[in-house]
Structure formats: C-alpha cells, structure tokens
Design a binder for this molecule. Structure first.
Ligand SMILES: [Zn+2]
Length: 251
C-alpha cells in the first residue's frame, strides 16, 4: 500500500536534488567562450577569497599584466576584507557569489538554501557591490540552488578547466604545466586565491600566483586575451554554463 507513495517520494526527491546536477554533468555539454575569427579569449576565475596577502598579491599581478578576472567570493570573507573587494571593483574585475562560508549546497533543503543566499547577498548589498554571477561551492547544487540563484538575479557560471590548484604538495611548476597542457581557446579557468575546503593546502594560493606570473605573460605572448564574463556576455561570446567534464575527470 505504501510502495507507490514511497516510490513517488523517491522520484520527486531525485528530480529536485539530483537531476539538475546530472543534467549539467552529462547532458549539457561543457562549453566556454566562443570567440569569432582569430580572437583567442580566456576567462580567469578565482574562488573562495578574498584572503589578505594572497588576494593582494594576486591583484598586484593582474594589474601588472592588465588582466581582468572574476572573483567568486565567500560573503563571510568578503565582509572581513572589504577593502580588497573595493579594490577588485575599482580595478575592473567582476564579482560572483560563492555562498556565505563554503557550505555544500547539494543536500540543502529550500529554506536553508534561500537563507544562504539572503544572508550572503546582504553583505554585497550593504556595501553596494554589484554581483552578477553565482558559483556553488564544489560545483554542487540542486533544483533549489538554481531557483535561488535565479530569484536573486544571479547567473550560474561554472568552468571548463580546473587544474586542482589546491592539492597538497603540488609545486607551482606542476600547476603551470597543467595550465599549459589544458588551457586552450575559450577556457574558463577555475583557480583559488584562498583555501576553503578541508583538503586544500594552505600554501596553495601563493604557489598558484607564482604559476600565474609565468602563465599570464606567456599566454599574452601567444595572442590570448583575458576577458571578463561581462565582456563575453556583452559580445555574446560566452554562454555562461561552463562544464563538469574536467571537474570530475582531471587529476
Ligand atoms: Zn570554492
């Protein structure tokens, strides 16, 4: 007698909690920037910050090479490092929301999800920081996460190159080799200017910046241009979805 009820409940739960993730991972193909003609565009994104010295050093480096990027901020850290966020904006970078404090959104019920968006985005509103994009921690989300993002006017922006810069003991040279091997026209590159996950190496952001110090000028020499999602959307180059392929397969 209860079997149909239980089966229906399981199907509804799967549809709400798992289908969106499965859809983005297996059905919606990973894609990034589709530049026209000879143009070669890359998009740098940095998650989990801002983080004192590392973000400061990163901003110095980006300014040195006149590169704009998109920062997916944790609201709790943004609140504690407001001058760094102000600097990002004044130097032409764009902002994304990456939750309050890096909680995995996949298992969260609707109320808790809405609460994370409400309290997190309150920080941005209070400071008058424009925020356009959303990237869930670990790239994990359910139907309610997507709905909350849409209701708050945020556009989901994932990635298609994730060199796992947070790995413990990975040298800056190893990271650099991964970047050179994987980055090609249209890449939306995910890096971290702060460590947030339990498995993240505390020294990884500094090594990532070291790698970028070589990677950025070399790619510029090869004719690549670093652009922001705003530019891509304005020029209709970026269909903002990113992809999961590398996220789940890269080592
Ligand atoms: Zn993150």
């Amino acid at each position: 007698m209860y079997v149909p009820v239980i089966a229906t409940a399981v199907i509804i739960a799967a549809a709400l909690w798992l289908l969106p993730l499965v859809y983005y991972k297996y059905i919606k193909k990973p894609y990034a920037i589709s530049a026209e003609g000879d143009e070669k565009c890359l998009l740098l994104t940095f998650d989990d910050g801002p983080d004192g010295n590392n973000t400061e050093m990163l901003l110095d480096l980006l300014a040195l090479y006149n590169v704009k990027a998109c920062f997916f901020l944790l609201a709790s850290r943004a609140e504690a490092a407001a001058p760094l966020v102000e600097r990002m904006l004044s130097e032409g970078h764009c902002l994304g929301f990456h939750s309050i404090s890096h909680r995995n959104m996949l298992p969260l019920p609707p109320k808790k999800t809405a609460e994370d968006f409400r309290r997190g985005l309150e920080v941005f509103r209070r400071h008058n920081w424009p925020v356009t994009y959303y990237r869930p921690p670990y790239g994990a989300f359910n139907f309610f996460t997507l709905r909350a993002a849409r209701r708050n006017g945020l556009q989901l922006l994932l990635w298609n190159v994730i060199p796992r810069d947070w790995l413990v003991g990975q040298s800056s040279n190893q990271l650099l080799q991964k970047l050179f091997a994987r980055v090609e026209q249209g890449a939306v590159i995910l890096l971290h200017d702060a460590s947030a996950g339990a498995k993240a190496d505390k020294n990884a952001p500094a090594r990532m910046i070291e790698a970028l110090n070589i990677f950025i000028p070399e790619m510029q020499k090869r004719g690549y241009r670093f652009v922001t999602p705003e530019y891509c959307c304005r020029e209709k180059l970026l269909v903002c979805n990113g992809g999961y392929y590398e996220a789940l397969n890269a080592k």
